[in-house]
Design a protein around this ligand. Structure first.
Ligand code: NIG
Ligand code: FE
Length: 411
């Protein structure tokens, strides 16, 4: 397949470009050569290729750096105290309605200093990198007030300045209704919209997102809010049909979101609309796994209808506390029944397109930044199959070794 243009859609996701016994050259941080080893050695002999340093990748898989297109990287504290409630079967939205869930993380995030949030975000980002992610999207949304939403976005900016992983920022001020606005959620949305002007002026986010869900924001509120954001020049994302089938997918298509995320309850019509409008479906099987509801996004139907699927961790302290995109690949195989080829397309090229990075990340191409993962795996089928461990041998970000899986061994 030539994946030159745009995301890979529908059944085309079941095809992958693979080079057996390949060779890849890096020069000044960029990919300078891709081909077979035989050809590379031939060119070297002819003096047409100068190789100064070699990394032996025999019996290893080499892929683009993974792209994680939906994370809630910056937050205070953690929510392990909710495990007992989960075990008792208290539903996610019920925990939220009782003032726990997102609200509990909001309290901890408000209390945390910028420094604390930064140290913690860097820790989680390091771990994402160690599992192979070299580009991610990250959202605000645990402030629900001006000061803390601002603080989260500033933390993202500062984290980016310190870390090699590329971060695309999303404003998710509309993540829950703070208790003080329970009777008047529209006033809260107005306040977040007002803050958005400042976010735009200071260039603190590329995307605007909203949690469209029963008991949170309705389809109508989401439409109104996102259309205002669009007018201000933001690109749109939406937490859509995660738990209830509200018509979030239809809305995403109607207003031109770059991606619709979750989609476990997306309707037939919604799926058709996504395909028609070219909205990328960002599926989060780790969240379905962790919410333990036994229902999954209808990935096969999406492929049949021609939707481009991306996969993500949804890393967050409540519904998906994991930085490990490899585990999400396992879940996508088991629960979404995606083929290994579709899974790789979903965590590379399509994930990059889902965050507007399609021209920079997600593919190994001459001239692009050398974001590469070398895996302790004999082939690409192996990663979605052998679960629960980290298969990374080496992560290269912009041509530099950023992580090696061997660091911790004493001998
Ligand atoms: O994508 N569903 C809304 N937001 C997050 C969860 C946030 C949380 O529980 O802290 C999600 O699943
Ligand atoms: Fe999310």
């Amino acid at each position: 397949m030539d994946h030159a243009q745009g995301p890979v859609k529908g059944k085309n996701m079941n095809q992958l470009n693979v080079i057996e016994k390949g060779a890849l050259g890096i020069h000044e941080g960029k990919i300078a050569y891709i081909g077979t080893e035989e050809e590379a050695l031939q060119l070297e002999q002819e003096g047409k290729l100068l190789i100064s340093e070699r990394l032996d990748c025999q019996n290893k898989l080499v892929t683009p750096g993974l792209v994680d297109p939906h994370t809630h990287l910056v937050f205070g504290g953690s929510r392990e105290h909710e495990m007992a409630l989960k075990q008792q079967g208290v539903p996610y939205l019920e925990i939220l309605a009782r003032g726990g869930g997102i609200h509990s993380t909001v309290n901890m995030t408000r209390e945390a200093s910028t420094e604390e949030l930064m140290t913690k975000a860097l820790f989680h980002l390091d771990r994402m990198l160690s599992y192979g992610s070299t580009t991610i999207e990250a959202k605000s949304g645990y402030g629900l007030d001006r000061e803390t939403e601002r603080k989260q976005l500033h933390v993202l900016q500062q984290v980016q300045a310190k870390h090699s992983v590329d971060i695309v920022s999303t404003f998710l001020g509309a993540h829950a209704i703070p208790p003080a606005y329970k009777e008047n959620p529209d006033a809260f949305l107005d306040e977040m919209m007002d803050l958005l002007k400042e976010v735009k002026e200071q260039n603190l986010a590329t995307f605007v997102d909203i949690f469209c869900e029963e008991g949170v924001f309705s389809v109508e509120q989401s439409r109104n809010y996102l259309l205002q954001a669009k007018e201000m020049g933001f690109q749109l994302k939406i937490h859509a049909d995660e738990i209830h089938s509200l018509g979030g997918a239809e809305l995403a298509a109607e207003i031109g979101c770059i991606s619709a995320d979750h989609l476990v309850g997306a309707s037939d019509q919604g799926i058709e609309d996504l395909a028609k409008q070219g909205v990328i479906a960002v599926l989060l099987p780790g969240t379905s796994f962790y919410l333990s509801k036994g229902v999954h996004a209808r990935a096969q139907l999406m492929l049949e209808k021609g939707v481009a699927i991306a996969l993500s961790t949804d890393f967050n302290p409540g519904s998906s506390p994991t930085e490990n995109l490899q585990f999400i690949m396992n879940l996508a195989a088991l629960n979404l029944k995606l083929s290994p080829e579709a899974i790789w397309n979903a965590v590379t090229i399509n994930a990059a397109h889902a965050i507007g990075k399609g021209e920079e990340a997600g593919q190994l191409k001459v001239g692009r930044g050398a974001d590469i993962v070398i895996w302790d795996a004999p082939n690409y089928h192996y990663i979605p199959y052998h679960y629960g461990v980290n298969h990374v041998h080496t992560v290269i970000k912009a041509g530099k070794i950023a992580y090696t899986g061997r660091n911790g061994y004493v001998s």
